[in-house]
Structure formats: C-alpha cells, structure tokens
Write a protein that binds this ligand. Structure first.
Ligand SMILES: NC(=O)C1=CN([C@@H]2O[C@H](COP(=O)(O)OP(=O)(O)OC[C@H]3O[C@@H](n4cnc5c(N)ncnc54)[C@H](OP(=O)(O)O)[C@@H]3O)[C@@H](O)[C@H]2O)C=CC1
Ligand SMILES: CC(=O)N[C@@H](CCC(=O)OP(=O)(O)O)C(=O)O
Length: 343
C-alpha cells in the first residue's frame, strides 16, 4: 500500500479526495490535515465518511507529511508553494489541486494571483496534470499541477478541433457555468442559498484567472497563439460545470464527430457523445467523466461544443487521483469507477 497525505482535509475537494481514496485498493490515507479542526475525528465533521475513514485531522507538519509517498494539497492558492520544496527534498511526490504550479510564466501568475511565488524554480519542473495531454510526463513527475475546473472542461472540449486545425485559433469563445461548490466550503455571503438560488449571473467578464491557464493549454494544442474570450457564470446548483464553446470552422465538410471519437478513443474518462446530444451536468455528477458533444450551427460556419464535468471530480479530486495513479505506476482508473448520480 502507498501512504498518502491530504493537506486541507476540511474543504470540498479534500472531502472528495477522502471519498475516493477511502475505496482505493492500493492506497492508505496516512495524514489528513486541518489547522482549525486538529484532533477531531474526520467522521464527526463528515458523517458520510463514518465507517470509511477512521482518522483524526492533524495540524499540517512537514515532517509527518514527509513520511508519505505522495501528498495532495487541497488548499487555497499560495499554500502549497511554501511546503513543496521541503517535501520534494524528503522524496515525497506532490499533486497540488490549487494553481501554484499551473502557469509557466511566473510573472503572469504573480499578476493574476496577486502574490510573489515562493519557489519559482519549481514551476518549470512541474507537469500540468491533464492526462489526456501529458500522460507520459505525469508518470515521471515529482510535482503535478492539477488543472483548474473550468480549464479542464474548456481544454478537453476544444482540444480535438485545434489539434486537427479545423477551426480558427484567433476566434474562440468559452462560456462556462459552474455550481457553487466551485467556490469552496469557506463561509461566504455570495454562496448563501438566498443569494444564489433562483438567480443566475456572469462574473469576472473583464478577465478571470483561469483565462491565462486555458490559453496556455490551447496555445499548445493549436501550436500557435490563440485568442480566447472566456466568461464564467454562477448557476444555482451545487456541483457541475457546463462549458458551451464556440469556434469558426476553417475547413467545412470535415466529420467533426469522427475527429472527437478518434482523439478520445483510448481515453477512459472522456466520453465523446453522438451528434445531436446535449450533455447534462447531472450525467457526470460524482463521476470522473468529461462528456462532450460537437455540432455545427446551421450554415453559420460556427462549431458549437458542449462539455460537462463534475467540478469536484474530473475538475479537481478525481483528476488528482487519476494523476496519482499514473505517478505511482498504478492502473490509471483505480478508484475512479463511480457511476454518476441521477437525478
Ligand atoms: N472547489 C472546486 O470545485 C475546485 C477547487 N480547486 C482548488 O482546490 C483548492 C481547494 O479548494 P476547495 O476544497 O474548494 O477549498 P475550501 O475552501 O473548501 O478548503 C480549503 C482547505 O484548505 C485548508 N487551508 C486553508 N488555508 C490553509 C493553509 N494556509 N495551510 C494549510 N491548510 C489550509 C482549509 O482547512 P483549515 O483552515 O482547517 O486548515 C480547508 O480544508 C483551491 O486552491 C481551489 O481553488 C480546483 C478545482 C476545483
Ligand atoms: C464558482 C466559483 O467561484 N468558481 C471558482 C473557480 C474554481 C476554482 O476552484 O479555482 P481553481 O481551479 O483555480 O483552483 C472561481 O471562479 O473563482
């Protein structure tokens, strides 16, 4: 059994890591941290884990975490970068669910995240943890930057079109909608049911920090600089992201459905759906899948892609476990076979 630790065990992605890892056949959860709840049994805070996780939260401590084979950081941006150098020096591998190691241009990261990077020298070494793109490098990595939730849905949705060169990279639009759990479990008036229920809004229309991350991914897929407009929206549901994506076709007449089917034929966690499908977030709730459908809008020359994920699973904890499986030389799908909950 491999020993793993989780820093940030009281948040939504930490709880989701526990739910998945509790049933993983090759992993033992050795440490689960909380600064505020140290000493408390995990099952007292999270009764759904009673009988599955028999551990208490402990305060984050490099020495204890350094005894693990691999540590997940399910913490706010700017937390992992302070502990990662010491853990790597102790031989512990790391998957960071936050953004500390996602953007290769450190000055750009510092502008968007409003802080100085504590270990810029490790950013180049970190592997961006999207297995559908970087599988071989993830297997060898000491440090994996788990992708953001919107970047996962948008990148997987547009990748086949850009790699095949069938759309104009200078005109891409991503319209993302997220459930409220995307904002985390910390107290926040904007997430109260009375604030979010029966309402719908766009936010960060002037620029969201996931914009540069998505652009970095799409530049690689297109092998040229893309121009992306990305606007996120908050919808009154708990889990799920739907991204509706728009691109202008360069070569009309190509079989778009076949391009997606071919690109994702060997991918265990991407489901390219038949033409005419409209993927729904509830068909991926609790599962590690990204379901995608592609279509043309009449004769406008515009291709419309719909991509759905569970933000806490393929958008965070599930993808982190997929990366862990690769890093530890395990079957990539271990522990990730949950079927979505419907309704
Ligand atoms: N929610 C989502 O859908 C997604 C989230 N992410 C990213 O994953 C990370 C975690 O998100 P989420 O679970 O939603 O966040 P939450 O706010 O729900 O949880 C954050 C956790 O981090 C711990 N924590 C906070 N500050 C520190 C610190 N300085 N040192 C150690 N632990 C700390 C908290 O516990 P305590 O204060 O008790 O120590 C808590 O357990 C974030 O970076 C988020 O951006 C990525 C993709 C999707
Ligand atoms: C609905 C909501 O508020 N979503 C969050 C993004 C999700 C997230 O966790 O950001 P990272 O993936 O970068 O860690 C937001 O827009 O700030």
């Amino acid at each position: 059994m491999f020993k793993v630790g989780i820093v940030g065990g009281t948040g939504y992605t930490g709880a989701e890591l526990l739910r998945i890892l509790a049933r993983h056949p090759e992993v033992e959860i050795a440490v689960i941290t909380s600064r505020g709840e140290a000493g408390l049994p995990v099952a007292e805070l999270f009764p759904h884990l009673r009988g599955h996780v028999d551990l208490c939260f402990s305060a984050p401590d490099a020495e204890t975490l350094g005894g693990c084979d691999l540590v997940f950081f399910a913490t706010p941006n700017g937390t992992a970068m302070k502990l990662v150098p010491e853990l790597l020096a102790r031989g512990t591998r790391v998957v960071d669910l936050a953004a500390d190691f996602r953007i290769k241009d450190v000055a750009e990261w510092e502008r968007w995240y409003g802080m100085s990077h504590a270990c810029p020298e490790l950013v180049a070494e970190a592997v961006y943890g999207l297995p559908e793109v970087n599988r071989a490098a993830i297997r060898e990595a000491r440090l994996v930057a788990n992708p953001g939730c919107y970047p996962t849905a948008v990148t997987l949705g547009l990748l086949p079109l850009l790699e095949a060169g069938v759309v104009d990279p200078s005109w891409l639009i991503a319209d993302g909608k997220s459930g409220v759990s995307g904002a985390g479990r910390k107290a926040n008036v904007g997430q109260l049911m009375a604030e979010v229920g029966e309402s719908f809004k766009a936010y960060a229309a002037g620029g969201h920090r996931h914009g540069p991350e998505i652009t970095q991914n799409l530049n690689i897929a297109a092998a040229s600089p893309v121009n992306l407009t990305f606007v996120p929206h908050l919808v009154p549901m708990v889990r799920g992201i739907e991204a509706t994506l728009y691109a202008r076709e360069l070569e009309p007449g190509r079989d778009l459905e076949a391009i997606y089917a071919r690109r994702y034929a060997d991918e265990p966690f991407v489901d390219p759906m038949p033409a005419g499908s409209h993927p729904e977030t509830r068909t991926v709730r609790g599962s590690n899948l990204c379901r995608i459908a592609v279509t043309r809008q009449g004769d406008t020359g515009v291709v419309v892609v719909q991509s759905v994920i569970d933000n806490l699973v393929k958008g965070a904890a599930g993808q982190a476990v997929q990366n862990m499986n690769l890093m530890l030389g395990l079957d990539e799908s271990l522990g990730l076979d949950a079927v979505a909950l419907l309704p």
